[in-house]
Design a protein around this ligand. Structure first.
Ligand SMILES: Cc1ncc(COP(=O)(O)O)c(C=O)c1O
Length: 248
């Protein structure tokens, strides 16, 4: 199929999430392998964000493709009330990696559904209703998930589910508190409470290290300077965005 046809079908019939449909012109992607995907001019893009952070083993991994092909030929679908060899095996392997006594897996179709069910399970288990979520967050488009979402996508859905309270989490890069250091940011975000500030800072740093480690893995290098790597990451994303706009 030509790029022109892909664009025409997309613009005529595909409704893209969270977008003003008349203002977008999505870039048609022809294929992908490993860390790269490419367009119809064979221009390659390094996929720094693993699509929506969900292709962490790379595109078209041959073992994954073979496993999907094999399963499709054996059994394509089975409803939740039955037991199944592959679902049981996947659950056992995930449980083996989960911390502590966590040993059951509830499979869902996507992120929003996972959020909905996690909140429901937590409320059922604790008997408590309130959910705390940061303003700088996205949790999905279904009822509880969009209520928990802090960013402006929530606004059009309000009033929504009750029991969710938003707060400003620490974010030194664009500090909502005009802080000049991560320590000050965490302290102010925690309303001056030192223990909460230390914990928030720790979580933010953990997430930063995970992102840095992923970039190191992708590039096969090891970095010392966090700021340089973050700068590189943002620059590559900005470049890819500008190229897409130029090509559109
Ligand atoms: C943190 C987070 N939670 C939930 C979701 C929603 O996932 P889905 O689109 O699969 O419903 C996303 C999607 O981007 C996400 O990034």
């Amino acid at each position: 199929m030509s790029e022109t046809t892909v664009r025409a079908d997309d613009r005529a019939h595909v409704f893209h999430s969270w977008s003003a449909q008349g203002l977008i012109n999505p870039l048609p992607i022809k294929g992908a392998l490993g860390s790269y995907f490419w367009d119809y001019d064979d221009r390659k893009y390094l996929d720094f964000s693993s699509q929506l952070v969900n292709i962490n083993i790379g595109h078209q991994h041959p073992r994954l493709v073979a496993a999907i092909q094999e399963q499709a030929a054996t059994l394509c679908t089975i409803q939740p009330a039955f037991a199944n060899d592959k679902r049981g095996e996947a659950a056992r392997l995930i449980a083996g990696l989960a911390p502590g006594s966590l040993n059951k897996v509830f499979f869902t179709n996507g992120g929003a559904e996972a959020t909905e069910n996690a909140v429901r399970l937590a409320r059922g288990h604790t008997g408590r209703h309130k959910v705390l979520s940061t303003y700088r967050s996205y949790h999905g488009s279904t009822s509880t998930a969009i209520t928990a979402t802090g960013d402006p996508r929530r606004w059009a859905n309000e009033p929504t589910a009750v029991g969710v309270v938003h707060f400003w989490g620490p974010y030194p890069y664009r500090s909502p508190f005009y802080a000049s250091t991560p320590e000050e940011e965490a302290y102010l975000a925690a309303g001056g409470r030192k223990a909460e500030a230390a914990r928030a800072l720790h979580l933010e740093r953990q997430s930063l290290y995970l992102r840095l480690h992923r970039i190191e893995e992708l590039l096969g290098v090891s970095f010392d300077d966090e700021d340089a790597v973050l700068g590189l990451h943002l620059a590559v994303r900005a470049l890819a965005f500008r190229r897409r706009r130029a090509a559109a």
